[in-house]
Design a protein around this ligand. Structure first.
Ligand code: ZN
Length: 270
């Protein structure tokens, strides 16, 4: 396995030209090879290469599936009784979901980091208060919109577009169906609107970004960066041209199927 040092990481990231740019990042530490000093090193090199850093610190383990609820919601009500029993109530210092990778959790614990209070879709950031404060229960991905307004970029550190949360923001702007989910709080269950669809089909956007993305290879990882404004515009145009674009092909995917149903309903002639 290739060994990657802080100096190599910083030199590689510097080539992306983002030192005056705020970014939302997604990362796989293991994609790089053996990073000397681990996730702390990758975080430090990333912070050195951007003007502000935001990462999702989502907490899917707070989610509760109710017995009944609104229809066409991409969910099978009453199906997750065991998971409900294991759900963890949201606290401001609850760990980020392990499927987000290790970097968001290291960012969240950084002494200068702030974290938003959304019980499922929180974000953490450094030098990023004004972006974080754009989140609300009605607009959980608001920090991405605020980053786009300030010419922010998406930074994919050894991961592809299937984890690119900003595509969800563009889906919402394009009018794609959103979902309701529920989070366990210490004293109640909280309804959370604006939950996005499934991202498993998002890599299909990659060919449209080849002329837009900046790419560098660091260790074994491909690192790419793309302007949020450009990404959002391309995704919105693509959804306008084909309302079923970027959905996954899994026959039993409840959220992608709910999006397909919502498109059919819009096409009815009354
Ligand atoms: Zn799907």
């Amino acid at each position: 396995m290739v060994t990657v040092s802080f100096t190599e990481l910083r030199a590689g990231l510097f080539k992306l030209g983002l030192s005056h740019t705020p970014v939302i990042a997604h990362a796989s530490l293991s994609a790089f090879g053996e990073v000397v000093g681990g996730a702390e090193t990758l975080l430090r090199a990333t912070l050195d290469s951007v003007s502000a850093l935001v990462m999702p610190t989502f907490t899917y383990m707070t989610m509760i599936t109710p017995e009944v609820g609104p229809p066409n919601n991409g969910i099978t009500y009453g199906s997750e009784l065991d998971l409900n029993r294991m759900a963890e109530p949201f606290r401001p210092d609850i760990h980020a979901d392990r499927q987000m990778g290790i970097l968001p959790e290291v960012l969240r614990k950084h002494p200068r980091a702030k974290r938003t209070a959304h019980p499922i879709q929180s974000f953490a950031g450094i030098y990023a208060e004004k972006f974080l404060s754009a989140q609300s229960m009605q607009n959980p991905l608001g920090p991405i919109g605020a980053l786009a307004e300030e010419d922010g970029w998406v930074l994919l550190l050894g991961v592809d577009h299937t984890v690119n949360t900003s595509i969800h923001y563009a889906e919402r702007l394009a009018g794609r169906k959103q979902f309701i989910r529920w989070a366990l709080m210490p004293d109640r269950i909280l309804e959370c609107p604006g939950f996005p669809g499934d991202s498993a089909g998002f890599e299909a956007i990659a060919p449209e970004l080849v002329n837009e993305a900046r790419l560098v290879k660091i260790g074994d990882a491909t690192v790419q960066a793309v302007s949020l404004r450009v990404l959002i515009q391309i995704v919105m145009e693509r959804i306008k041209a084909d309302p079923l674009t970027l959905l996954c092909q899994r026959a039993d995917c409840e959220r992608c199927n709910a999006v397909r149903d919502s498109v059919k309903l819009k096409k009815l002639p009354y």
